[in-house]
Design a protein around this ligand. Structure first.
Ligand SMILES: Nc1ncnc2c1ncn2[C@@H]1O[C@H](COP(=O)(O)OP(=O)(O)OP(=O)(O)O)[C@@H](O)[C@H]1O
Length: 217
């Protein structure tokens, strides 16, 4: 279970400090999915980055199965980023110098969690078997995002964080990638927190919340 307890975040600006998140409370049960929507600049990516352990809140706490992220030191936060959460970005973010097979295994290897049968299952389900020797630049956007989904889920994270995962894809490819992502998230049993501008995509997740003026609705 993911819990955000009174989470606040400020950024410095020339006009002084700006509060982007204002004492946000949120709970996401293990194995369930939540869509985070809201206008551009409202703080959706900020919230996702905090949960990912990429940045620290200025107030409040973030907990995963009772463990507090804000009480961890740098090494503990690095382990959180490697093993407990995984990210899928709008821009795919594959490693250009590695073929698909190594991109798929990269994070699971780094986390010491590479399970070959699970990775093979993901590879088959994502339709990537014939592309394992190719490099990212030789793939379409939809193919690249399927690799990114496989790479993230190969870790067997407790929580998958997705930031506009289909934002760079045409409508039909977005549908295909989203269907695969939802099926494989269900297969892995992890929770999903997804940022999206699309109310249609948001409606496919268990719950929807909107971020506005620093608070969730
Ligand atoms: N590192 C930073 N320093 C200062 N301000 C920042 C920083 N990162 C984000 N911001 C500001 O915080 C606000 C929230 O940004 P964030 O990227 O979280 O919004 P978002 O809802 O994800 O937007 P979008 O939908 O356009 O991606 C914006 O006003 C942004 O300019």
């Amino acid at each position: 279970m993911l819990e955000l307890l009174q989470v606040s975040k400020d950024y410095a600006s020339p006009q002084g400090s700006i509060r982007v998140l204002e004492q946000v409370d949120l709970q996401l049960a293990a194995g369930s999915s939540l869509a985070l929507t809201g206008e551009s600049g409202c703080g959706k990516s900020t919230l996702l980055h905090l949960v990912a352990g990429l940045d620290l809140p200025d107030g409040g706490d973030i907990r995963l199965d009772g463990q507090s992220l804000t009480r961890l030191g740098e090494a503990g936060r690095a382990a959180w980023r490697r093993q407990r959460v995984a990210l899928v970005f709008q821009q795919f973010n594959l490693i250009p110098s590695l073929p698909v097979a190594d991109n798929l295994a990269f994070q699971a290897r780094l986390a010491g969690r590479l399970e070959r049968p699970w990775l093979d299952y993901l590879t088959r389900q994502l339709g990537l078997e014939s592309l394992l020797g190719r490099y990212p630049e030789q793939l379409s956007g939809g193919q690249q995002q399927r690799v990114a989904v496989g790479r993230a889920l190969a870790v067997r994270p407790q929580l998958l964080l997705a930031d506009e995962p289909t934002g760079n894809l045409d409508e039909q490819t977005a549908e295909e990638v989203m269907a695969l992502l939802l099926k494989l998230v269900a297969d892995s049993g992890c929770s999903l927190l997804m940022v999206t501008h699309s109310l249609h995509l948001a409606s496919r997740l268990d719950r929807q919340v909107r971020l506005s003026a620093g608070q969730l609705h």
